[in-house]
Ligand binder design. Structure first.
Ligand code: FRU
Length: 321
């Protein structure tokens, strides 16, 4: 789609909205006659799921940033935690000829080919939060999950004085944040007397985390701390412990620190710490505008992160170095 022509934009949107995956909600965001006069670029955004508050927040951050730019029109698609569906959505965006794609992929391997195909066809692709494999995309935006995992490990070593029994509830291990939050954490606790007595892949999902924690509680009488790769996971573990009356003897640590989720858990004393994982939505729109305006962008944009604890939450947390 040529940036300066209006009719291909309209054509592309008509095509997009005639695609099987294009819901009523998507159609509602297609430009009306008014928008056609101002919209210059169409961005296709494929979100891997909207089942968790963090992803709803990411879309909201993108929407709010894009609304400041009438020249942008964002078409959102939700792949409902299904990699095949997400693959098809990216292929649809590519064949419709959107000007740019933003994707927050569910898993690395299955989403690599459609991203590479779009990129090879000249459509810029911004990969957000979870990575794909290789380097056939325009730009990756996300916080450093290895560093966050390592900081969590170091915080836990300090908190427990280097001794204790841990449960690790991992994010989906076919997604890169799960892999990095795991390896970084193991690096952070290396050399300490901490022992991982139970670990499981809870796939980023609170109900899965709760189920896994029920097994851990049934098997082990002594659990000192749960490190979960996200706050929904830590909360699910807390609920399992609460149901057996063991929540007071266990420290819960999570990642995400959304103001309406993890930070509230910290304030309530449910979690002792939550490590921030910014959504990158606003930064994605900034990068998209640069790319569309022909300005150079870094291939890798790393976002900063903070740790929130009961001691520092009223001061806005502490930045991770
Ligand atoms: C939401 C989520 C977040 C997590 C991120 C990792 O789907 O699980 O909780 O930080 O994805 O990609």
């Amino acid at each position: 789609m040529k940036k300066t022509l209006l009719y291909p934009i309209t054509f592309g949107l008509v095509m997009l909205c005639s695609l099987p995956g294009c819901s009523k909600q998507d159609q509602a965001r297609a430009p009306g006659p008014q928008a056609e006069t101002t919209t210059r670029w169409t961005i296709g955004m494929s979100q891997c799921n909207l089942g968790e508050p963090w992803r709803v927040q990411m879309n909201q951050d993108i929407r709010m940033a894009a609304e400041e730019h009438p020249e942008l029109r964002v078409i959102f698609k939700d792949s409902q935690n299904d990699s095949l569906k997400q693959r098809a959505q990216i292929e649809e965006f590519t064949s419709a000829g959107v000007d740019l794609i933003i994707v927050s992929p569910k898993e690395a391997a299955p989403l690599t080919p459609p991203v590479a195909e779009a990129f090879d066809k000249g459509i810029p692709v911004i990969v957000l939060d979870r990575r794909v494999l290789g380097d056939r995309y325009t730009c990756f935006i996300g916080a450093d999950n290895k560093r966050i995992g390592k900081a969590a490990g170091e915080w836990i070593v300090k908190r427990l004085g280097g001794q204790g029994n841990l449960v690790e509830l991992k994010g989906l291990m076919t997604s890169t944040p799960g892999q990095d939050r795991h390896s970084g954490f193991r690096e952070g606790i290396r050399g300490s007397g901490l022992e991982i007595i139970f670990e499981a892949d809870m796939k980023w999902l609170e109900p899965e985390a709760r189920k896994e924690m029920e097994s851990a509680l049934a098997r082990f009488d002594s659990i000192d701390l749960v490190y979960a790769h996200n706050d929904p996971g830590a909360h699910g573990a807390y609920l399992a412990a609460l149901a057996t009356g063991r929540e007071k003897g266990i420290v819960f640590v999570g990642i995400d620190a959304l103001s309406q989720e993890g930070r509230i858990y910290v304030r309530q004393g449910i979690l002792e710490a939550s490590f921030e994982y910014p959504t990158g939505g606003r930064e994605a729109i900034r990068a998209a505008l640069d790319i569309l305006n022909g300005k150079p962008v870094d291939k890798e944009i790393t976002l900063p992160s903070r740790v929130f604890t009961q001691a520092n939450i009223s001061e806005g947390g502490e930045w991770i170095q």
